[in-house]
Design a protein around this ligand. Structure first.
Ligand code: GLY
Length: 365
């Protein structure tokens, strides 16, 4: 078992991220150790429900714990204000009070919906992240970002609400398709390129073998990725500066996702976004060619493409990028690499960014 302490400025928000194969088999013990909850709400989607959440509920009920299971259709379309309000209404009718806890059992969408509902229900109740995808285990379940989408863009409504605990069981990845493992590796590579060259070496050494959920080095990869993320978040919880480095590959990535009508998964979009950011790093941040080749190489070794998918219109990507960035202000904080492990955040006016990126994205099509 590895316990990573995420230290934040307030002890109330600081918490543990625990990684251990099989930890969910003794979920009741982990819950009893943190608090005596009046009710436990397992929030999940209709896919994870069948594979994981129902078994967890049976186990907790067998230990005499009061549990209710709430599930939603799987997919990004569920990440809406309506879903959160629906969940809040169901919590109320099921008697959830301020001594209750929610467990987010699923991937990034489930984590976001649960975290945001926990942030606003009765002005805030406690929640625990139980991520069941690699992407959620190494990224979205950590750091307290919660939120939902509007039709005009992703994560436009939300809050920072830290979980009480993050429980990561690599064994739950056993049922994940290879594509979902690859998507998770986009975020592993992101944090490795931005903040942990030793993790990068580990991924390079084992390559696509790590896509096997039972690989002996996978737990170490997850632990290192979580440690790197915790180091960053503990210094800048609300993304005033340093935490922006975790958006490496996400500027173009988010624009691609939106331009594809969210048919392109987040992980695949981030892989292409990192490809663009690496090329831009050569131009604007002095990243040397051999380092750029190495960074692009590791993305491709995990079977992730850095090419703009043929079905996505370049003009739609640029328009979406401009729209997205206008919401943030007239300047885009574009994350580049000066060297592997040394990110630099450049404030670039959006008009200029659009002009410069157009050329690079054309070459990537
Ligand atoms: N996924 C990036 C962050 O949590 O800041």
């Amino acid at each position: 078992m590895t316990t990573i302490r995420l230290n934040l400025s307030s002890p109330d928000r600081s918490h543990d991220v625990v990684v251990e194969r099989g930890i969910l088999r003794r979920l009741h013990q982990e819950l009893r150790q943190v608090a005596d909850f009046s009710r436990i709400g397992l929030v999940t989607d209709d896919v994870v429900r069948r594979y994981v959440a129902e078994a967890l509920q049976t186990e907790l009920r067998g230990r005499g714990m009061e549990t209710v299971l709430f599930s939603f259709p799987a997919g990004e379309k569920t990440k809406s204000v309506e879903t959160v309000l629906d969940l809040c209404r169901r919590l109320l009718t099921s008697g959830f009070d301020r001594r209750s806890v929610l467990l987010a059992v699923g991937g990034g969408v489930v984590g976001d919906i649960t975290g945001f509902a926990a942030a606003i229900y009765l002005r805030g109740i406690r929640f625990i992240q139980v991520p069941t995808t690699l992407l959620a285990q190494v990224d979205s379940a950590i750091g307290g970002k919660t939120g939902v989408d509007l039709t005009s863009g992703k994560n436009l409504i939300g809050s920072f609400h830290q979980p009480l605990l993050v429980l990561i069981d690599p064994d739950v990845l056993a049922t994940l398709p290879r594509e979902a493992m690859q998507e998770g590796f986009a975020e592993v590579i992101k944090v490795a390129l931005a903040a942990d060259p030793i993790l990068l070496k580990l991924v390079e050494d084992h390559g696509a073998d790590l896509l096997d959920p039972l690989h002996r080095k996978l737990e170490e990869v997850i632990v290192r990725a979580c440690q790197a993320k915790c180091r960053v978040v503990s210094q800048d919880e609300q993304e005033a500066g340093l935490r922006r480095i975790l958006n490496f590959g996400h500027t173009v990535g988010h624009a691609l996702e939106a331009a594809s009508g969210y048919t392109l998964s987040h992980g695949r979009a981030v892989a292409v976004g990192m490809g663009a950011a690496i090329r831009c790093s050569e131009l604007w941040a002095g990243l040397e060619r051999d380092q750029a080749t190495r960074a692009l190489g590791v993305i491709e070794r995990l079977g992730l493409s850095t090419k703009i998918p043929a079905e996505v219109e370049l003009e739609a990507v640029l328009a979406s990028l401009e729209r997205d960035k206008k919401i943030e202000g007239e300047v885009c904080h574009f994350v580049l690499l000066g060297k592997i492990g040394t990110p630099v955040v450049k404030a670039i006016p959006i008009r200029e960014l659009r002009m410069e990126l157009e050329e690079i994205l054309r070459e990537m099509a």
